[in-house]
Design a binder for this molecule. Sequence first.
Ligand code: SAH
Ligand code: SF4
Ligand code: F3S
Length: 452
Amino acid sequence: MGVSFEGTTFCIHTFGCQMNKHDSERVAGMLEGLGSLPVGTIEEADIVVFMTCCVREAADTRLYGQVASMKNIPVRDGSPYEKRYIAVGGCIGQRDGEKLVKQLPHLDVVFGTHNLASLPGLLASAIESAGHSVEVLEGGAEFSTALPADREHAWAAWLPITVGCNNFCSYCIVPYVRGREKSRPLEDIAEEARRYVEAGVKEITLLGQNVNSYGRDLYGEPRFDAVLDALDDAGIERLRFATSHPKDLTDGVIERFGTLRSLMPALHLPVQSGSDRVLKAMNRRYTRKHYLGLIEKLRAVVPDIALSTDIIVGFPGETEEDFMDTYRLVEEVGYSQVFTFIYSKREGTPAASMEDDTPREVIQERFDRLVDLVQRKAFEANQAELGAIVPVLIEGTSKRDEAVLAGKSPKNQTVHGPVPAGRTADELVGTIVPMRIDEARTWYLSGTVVDD
Ligand code: SAH
Ligand code: SF4
Ligand code: F3S
């Protein structure tokens, strides 16, 4: 590579899930390693990287709008280049490849989800040749974890344990853009965890599209419980994971919520629908009864575990009765948080060819009804925390007020509270402090730091 990146600047715009956010940390780590400086805005950047998501249509269209609007932003003063270089990676890059440069001719580089490490080389050849460079690979060539990372917070780390997905839920594009599930050897995961602990990391979030099937490809059977044990042994203070698939959540993993010191009492367990008929059409491979059975087992181990979920409203053919099954399930479980999505047709998935004649307004009305319920339930769940003293991992200050600390409780609730007298926010960031909860809102708690 004859091109030097010394003295250049870059910024990364990330869409989509934690997998993409983690990939962005790797991209940042690589570019910084080559001498490029991270900056916060497109205006200041010589190189702009979009890490894209196509799980729903909205994210797709947003990328096109953003890239198109960049044409009018002048090159920064002091840039070594005559133009701004634009690279698109992530899931749209993977899906569309060459097609993207046809639709967005001022794009310079397209890369996919399997070849993050190619980005510097692709940029260099675009700069040298003044043309486009596109590379999208079909299979998982590497684990991005092998690349350097520029982590957002010194005290928190994402640790991918699998990439890809084998589940092919009928609505979902992820298996097509992330490839087949591939697990990392347990020793590599444990080694990386130990390094993080030594570096002072307090919280690790294990990542995978379905962490519960971890190891099936390596060991012939899922071994996610062994990963949890290894992380706890490594001495991490707080352990979380995302995402779980209800069909693969084992009793062994459920038990760990009661036995492992580090495993936080919060679980994201996407249900998608409460109707057996819809679950079947979604190819989710569990029933409502099975799902509710898991909730019961989890609550037997940790009675006040904080549960969150994902729900799709308006899947093709969803009837009012199907929807009410979902509504009642949400009411029954009492989630702390629910991510609600309106079904979005993704070309190439089996659901895209299913009959879909429910009027848009009907779906929107169901969605609004569900959101109202979700908010009421989240408020109720937070009310139960009033008066409790909870250890809060301080993440920074509130976006609106620098004198207000913002952090996370073990149940992953956002907690706000004034910076205590004689302390500064900076010295508290990354530490765990006890806070008494004085006020509970729908999406956050407020409290006061108390003495240990
Ligand atoms: N692997 C994870 C997350 C996948 S994407 C899991 O299985 O839980 C995150 C969420 O996006 C999904 O849980 C689903 O609720 C939603 N989603 C995926 N495809 C969608 C589509 N075509 N339309 C609407 N929502 C979708
Ligand atoms: Fe998509 Fe289903 Fe895989 Fe999750 S488990 S990524 S929803 S196919
Ligand atoms: Fe989106 Fe890709 Fe994640 S499609 S949700 S960024 S795996």
